[in-house]
Design a protein around this ligand. Sequence first.
Ligand SMILES: [Zn+2]
Ligand SMILES: [Zn+2]
Length: 216
Amino acid sequence: MRILDNLYWYREKGPFDANTYLIKGDISVLIDPGLRAYLELRFRELEDDRIDRIDVIAVTHLHPDHYDAIIAMKEAYNAKIALHISQSQYRNVMIEESSRFFGMSFRHEFHADMDIRDTLKLSSDRELRILHTPGHSPDSICIYSPDERFLITGDLIFDHGIGRTDLPFGREADLRDSIHRISMLNTELLLPGHGNIIRGRAAIESNYEYIKRFYL
Ligand SMILES: [Zn+2]
Ligand SMILES: [Zn+2]
């Protein structure tokens, strides 16, 4: 579903899936391919939106509800996998611990075709800013567009909620600090990894207020 000129949202398909976002530019970037079980549905949604090219696949963090379909998606579109340096650093332990925690095995024979640090270029005059925002997991990132003022938050914050910190390597103090940092950004469209998106600066501000009052 198209939500801005160059931005698409594919809502999570079940309780163990995640929201997928696609950003169009000279290169098209897909964020969080979600669970493998829903891949056919995602392909259909992308097709309905006439998305026939994905150049780069990135993830907000390496929990299986966000990355499980990454290899199949890469193969289908001949895309590059872009991992934040913290994701490459924690990749093996994150995947092993998730498998143990959820009692199922997840594929991990993928690696970064390109590294992400502070920015991801979409075209000569447009880039995404990458913020390392640990807390829910040590490899969590948020993706911010300074031009379109959207913020993809993964499992850091949601509509009236925050990410859990009881999963392996979760850390509450880091989560607090990360939420504080992203709340300083001028955001018009908040795009969490689960649940609803939030439109408009005022609604986003009041969501931060709610979170600070009830969770932090
Ligand atoms: Zn997560
Ligand atoms: Zn999640």
